[in-house]
Ligand binder design. Structure first.
Ligand code: ZN
Ligand code: ZN
Length: 145
C-alpha cells in the first residue's frame, strides 16, 4: 500500500509510489542544523514521489549537489533531494517523521557517525558509516554527497 505523508500544517502532502521499508539517519552538520535534531531519510526515486501542494514547498540548495525542501508555511522538513548529475540525481530522501504512518519502516543505518554528538545515540545494531566512508562511496559513484 502506498505510504502518504505531509507537513505539519497539511499544505504539502505526498504519496510514495514505491515500496519503502528502511530509513537512514544522518549525523552530518547540515542535517543536524536543518532538522534541529537527527534527519532520518527514506530514499525514494524521483519518479516515485507524487507531491500535492508543491507550490508550498520552498527549496534551499544546501550544497552544489543537493537541495532541501520544506513547507513554506509551517517549516516542516520534507525532503533532501540530490540535484547533481549522476546515478542518484533526482532521488528524494523524505523525512521519516513526515510519514502519516511509519509502520513497516525501520532505521537500518546511520551515516556520518563520527560527527554524531556524544549526547545521544540510536539503540540497536545499525550499519554505520563515517564521513570518510560516505565520501568514498559517493566518489565511487561519481558525485558528492
Ligand atoms: Zn506545512
Ligand atoms: Zn546529512
Amino acid at each position: 500500500m502506498p505510504k502518504t505523508g505531509s507537513c505539519l500544517c497539511g499544505a504539502v502532502k505526498y504519496t510514495v509510489k514505491s515500496e519503502i521499508t528502511h530509513a537512514g539517519a544522518c549525523h552530518c552538520g547540515m542535517c543536524r542544523k536543518w532538522s534541529g535534531g537527527i534527519y532520518i531519510g527514506i530514499a525514494v526515486p524521483g519518479d516515485g514521489m507524487e507531491i500535492e501542494g508543491s507550490e508550498n514547498v520552498t527549496t534551499f540548495a544546501s550544497s552544489e549537489w543537493a537541495e532541501r525542501g520544506f513547507c513554506g508555511k509551517c517549516g516542516s522538513n520534507i525532503y533532501y533531494r540530490v540535484t547533481a548529475p549522476g546515478p542518484y540525481q533526482g532521488t528524494y530522501h523524505i523525512g521519516m517523521g513526515t510519514l502519516d504512518d511509519t509502520d513497516g519502516v525501520t532505521v537500518t543505518e546511520e551515516i556520518f557517525t563520527d560527527l554524531k554528538p556524544e549526547g545521544y545515540a540510536f539503540d540497536g545494531n545499525l550499519k554505520g558509516m563515517t564521513e570518510a566512508e560516505v565520501m568514498a562511496m559517493f566518489a565511487q559513484a561519481g558525485e558528492g554527497q
